[in-house]
Write a protein that binds this ligand. Sequence first.
Ligand code: SF4
Length: 344
Amino acid sequence: MNVIKPFVPQLVYIEPRALEYPLGVELKDKFEKMGIEIRETTSHNQVRNIPGDNHLQKYRNAKSTLVVGVRKTLNFDTSKPSAEYAIPFATGCMGHCHYCYLQTTMGSKPYIRTYVNVEEILDRAEQYMKERAPQITRFEAACTSDIVGIDHLTHTLKHAIEYFGESDLGQLRFVTKFHHVDHLLDAKHNGKTRFRFSVNADYVIKYFEPGTSPLDYRIEAANKVAKAGYPLGFIVAPIYIHEGWRDGYRKLFEKLDASIPQESRDDITFEMIQHRFTKPAKRVIEKNYPKSKLQMNEEERRYKWGRYGIGKYVYTKDEEHELRETLEYYIGQFFPNAKIEYFT
Ligand code: SF4
């Protein structure tokens, strides 16, 4: 099994303004000591000169490049159905999941950005919480990145977990495909953070999720996180029809069943997202991963109208029904007390 090591950038860009914040200074110092090349960039939105002779080389190098910047836009996007708001600590990801929607949303900027003005971001979160009081406000920290994948370098997520641990009105959630969770195990979360792992059938992980942690490592990390008292969750996404898929997903649930401690099973959530693609996403995927086996045949799918006139292709009604029934059956069989949050 090819175990993924914690992410180390090949190249770092720093915005001069980031050095006005303690985390910016700390990261610069850290990367200097690690002997990583550091360059200056005027803005995290306009990083130029990523090395590479062609598109594919530039794309791969960008995904190994970390930009340390200041988040200027402090208006949070909404994040239905998993939370009220997306909290922006980072953008981009070092993983190479073929189906990842960040390829389309980040367009020509696939590099990874981490924001050092964490206190300002948390202050803004506080305002959103006040607006919605006395209702609870949930913040999703993994909408635009796999935040766990870079947190061993920044500890931003750990800081946020402890911040929400003290909060009466806020809750944090995020999802990851990485197993580098050890530094988060002693965070004072007070049960306010739901720690979710993205899991899938072996076939999907093997062919479509290079650059992420193997399933067994994710499950082992989930076990540690459960033992550290975090509310736990799993996202099965993208649910993908392939030869032997019923068996593949059953094996997944058997593995989860063998590893997840009994005491955490009364507060466990499952979210399910079937595979989908848009026409623009298909074009980008074919460019970034030209040898991918990912099936994106419009004729075999059902078209669903979407926002901004860009519809998505999902499975047919019959296939969707079968996928949903099969996975719900496994969840009911192995985790009868779990909550299914949605199937989409
Ligand atoms: S781990 Fe998540 S964010 Fe990263 S490439 Fe894969 S799907 Fe995208």
